[in-house]
Design a protein around this ligand. Structure first.
Ligand code: MYA
Length: 233
């Protein structure tokens, strides 16, 4: 019998497969939080997930930083665009922590369209404030790509003007404001598309760092610890 070799970890097949799984994990989180299920269904879910997790733990460690390096050289086109950093929380298409953003470049501004769902609920009927903060932080990251500066978030301030609705399309629009030495000031706002209501505004100070720092941090980055089972088991 001929054995078919697995495609290399960076191949398109693996990438597409990871993106599909990322989406499935995110959808699962919303179905799990947003729907009733019987004990039998929940136990079956636990068994399937625990089984798959036990299969993954013994596999080799992954590095996601080649995608990070590629990301630094990309010029985002005008209009809708995608990016390569699939594991990035919030905007990564393969990330379990993704928000399923639709990204647009409008001039030198970035607009992310997003519909928050069941698992994002904090206070009843509205999004958790931390989800909104993470949304701004990540979308600000694309402005760094536009202005070609490597930087870390130094400060992030969110003003929550109104409840952030779930299940309604929102637009998170952000831009460069000004720079003072290594301090890069960015601003943005979140609005509900159907009503035009202002939901939140954000201000951030990013601190520019030498792009070589990312290579250095990558080289020094320790592998994740070995875990034979889930950390919570
Ligand atoms: C092209 C790039 C594309 C990238 C795409 C991928 C994006 C992926 C992710 C997407 C996005 C997600 C993004 C993320 O998740 S980034 C991850 C979250 N953020 C961090 O981990 C940052 C942690 N902090 C640090 O590493 C250091 O403190 C940094 C590097 C920030 C400064 O330490 P450093 O020793 O280097 O700085 P300095 O002391 O010489 O000070 C220099 C100047 O800066 C001023 N200052 C210092 N700290 C702060 C502060 N916190 N707020 C405001 N200002 C501050 C300071 O007063 C001074 O000003 P002045 O006195 O000169 O006026």
């Amino acid at each position: 019998m001929t054995e078919t070799a697995d495609p290399p970890p960076s191949s398109d097949d693996v990438r597409e497969s990871r993106q599909r799984a990322g989406r499935a994990i995110r959808d699962l989180s919303h179905a799990f939080i947003g729907r009733h299920a019987s004990v039998e269904q929940i136990d079956r879910l636990s068994e399937v997930l625990e089984g798959i997790t036990a299969e993954l733990w013994p596999q080799d460690h992954r590095s996601r930083f080649d995608a990070f390096d590629r990301e630094r050289d990309i010029d985002y086109p005008q209009g809708r665009f995608t990016h390569d950093f699939d594991d990035r929380p919030v905007s990564g298409t393969a990330s379990p922590y993704g928000l399923d953003l639709e990204l647009h470049r409008v001039g030198d501004e970035i607009e992310a369209l997003v519909t928050l769902r069941s698992a994002h609920e904090g206070a009843p009927g509205r999004s958790h404030g931390g989800v909104v903060a993470a949304l701004f932080d990540d979308v600000f990251g694309f402005v760094l790509g536009v202005i070609k500066q490597s930087a870390f978030t130094g400060e992030l301030t969110i003003r929550y003007h109104a409840a952030t609705p779930l299940f309604s399309e929102l637009a998170c629009r952000v831009r460069f404001d000004h720079q003072d030495g290594r301090k890069i000031y960015l601003v943005g706002e979140l609005t509900e598309r159907s009503s035009g209501n202002l939901i939140a505004t954000a201000k951030a100070t990013f601190i520019a760092v030498d792009p070589e720092m990312f290579a250095r941090l990558t080289a020094e980055r320790p592998p994740p610890p070995d875990e034979s089972s889930s950390p919570t088991a």
